[in-house]
Design a protein around this ligand. Structure first.
Ligand code: GDP
Ligand code: MN
Length: 424
């Protein structure tokens, strides 16, 4: 999902009419000082990363003066939390907390529900995973009619909110459900939802994930990449995302896997389909090779899209091979893949002569596709280690891995010989 940082999510909540603490994001200690001075009272300085548990990690600091806010920002900015570099801190009014609650909405994809699901607990502030089950209250509401006030009150009452507070809490939850819908969220989590000593309900934290498929409906959010990587998007990730973004026909997925573009044993990886991709990884891992990247061209993509993916996969410096991993009897017409891969390899192999290429392509229009590969890659400059396989090896990970390894060994020896002769 397209995850927003806390300060971004809170901004959208504010625009949807929900109460959030007064504050803004800062990227320098000096900015943090200014914001704290503007607020004019004690503030919370909070690291902005796409990871929870900042409280425990010491990345939420409560301070009294602008100078202390600057010092807190200086201590937090530039550090890393769970692998995410901290580029911003949120400086916002410190809340006078009477009690912390938990509220969230997510998609309940269970066959019996298929609806948004509201979750509420009086035990806020900690990981919801560590809240005892009997303290968590769930309610599936209609995606058509939204969350009605009486439904929210019913749930809140069961959760133990006293009668005289029900209206206020229900207003917050129906507002949250409206924001959830307005922004096409997948998950919207407020933890803690703070009841202040003054009796106000304030969203003290916000995790907002926009449904990837709906990101195009929200240009106002300026989301660059509607995809989860589990790391900061790399150049490869962004290029990969753009292949997908400009053409919706079938999937053309490319993503980094931590290849440093130097280490030996990495193969430009072009699997077809998710399960097939797992099998291809087995094939490589079993012989001590590794996928340089993740990819997937399935769901019947057009040849132009497959070609772009192949080119990006092949563009990675110092890969020792290219694996087209069609470890499945695909029902998409494989000749689009064949044409795409032929075009990509005809362009790349003259520049990477002798690069090991193991091409496994099975399924619909297989014979025609293999013929396209064979014809298209014969008499191509640099195409000296191209092996083409079909259905007789469709699940044969051991064989495909061994063929890849054999070619990689030859390729390395050839490169060594060339290095020696050019060095002498
Ligand atoms: P997380 O740990 O990454 O989820 O970060 P949170 O924003 O949820 O902060 C963790 C904890 O810090 C909260 O549960 C609160 O107890 C505390 N906290 C956060 N903001 C404030 C604030 O404005 N005032 C006070 N008093 N405590 C806060
Ligand atoms: Mn939190």
């Amino acid at each position: 999902m397209a995850k927003l940082l806390e300060f971004q999510g809170k901004e959208w909540l504010r625009k949807a009419g929900l109460r959030v603490p007064v504050g803004r994001a800062a990227s320098t200690p000096e900015e943090a000082r200014q914001i704290a001075a503007e607020i004019g009272k004690p503030v919370a300085v909070k690291a902005q990363v796409l990871a929870g548990g900042r409280g425990k990690a010491g990345a939420v600091k409560l301070v009294d003066t602008p100078e202390e806010a600057a010092a807190a920002a200086a201590a937090i900015l530039g550090t890393e939390i769970k692998g995410y570099p901290v580029r911003y801190v949120l400086v916002e009014e410190k809340l006078d907390i009477a009690k912390e609650f938990y509220a969230s909405i997510t998609v309940n994809s269970a066959r019996t529900a298929r609806s948004p699901m509201l979750m509420f607990s009086t035990e806020g502030g900690m990981d919801i995973e560590s809240v005892p089950e009997e303290k968590i209250f769930r309610y599936n509401y209609s995606s058509l009619f939204g969350l009605e006030s009486y439904e929210a009150m019913d749930l809140l009452s069961k959760a133990g909110i006293p009668n005289d507070q029900l209206q206020k809490f229900a207003a917050f939850l129906t507002g949250l459900a409206a924001a959830y819908k307005k922004y096409d969220c997948f998950t919207l989590e407020i933890n803690p939802l703070v009841l202040t000593k003054g009796g106000d309900l304030v969203a003290a934290d916000c995790k907002m994930d926009i449904d990837n498929s709906s990101v195009y409906r929200h240009p106002e959010m300026g989301i660059e990449v509607a995809r989860d990587f589990g790391h900061e998007p790399t150049e490869l990730d962004i290029i990969g995302w753009n292949i997908e973004k400009i053409d919706q026909r079938g999937s053309g997925f490319v993503m980094s896997m931590g290849f440093d573009e130097k280490s030996p044993g990495y193969i430009g990886y072009h699997p077809i389909g998710g399960g097939s991709a797992m099998m291809g990884m087995d094939a490589l891992n079993a012989v001590g090779l590794k996928p340089a990247n993740y990819a997937d061209t399935s769901g019947n993509p057009v040849a132009s899209k497959v070609y772009r993916v192949a080119k990006v996969v092949l563009s990675q410096p110092n890969i020792e091979g290219y694996l087209l991993g069609g470890f499945m009897m695909a029902n998409q017409e494989q000749w689009h893949h064949a044409h795409a891969v032929v075009k990509a390899l005809r362009e790349v192999l003259p520049k990477k002569p002798g690069l090991p290429c193991v091409l496994l392509l099975c399924g619909n229009k297989e014979e025609e596709s293999l013929a396209i590969l064979r014809e298209g890659l014969s008499n191509v400059e640099g195409a000296t280690r191209v092996e083409i396989y079909g259905r007789e090896h469709v699940t044969d990970t051991a064989f495909i891995g061994q063929r890849m390894l054999a070619l990689v060994k030859e390729y390395r020896e050839e490169k060594q010989r060339q290095g020696k002769s050019s060095g002498s």
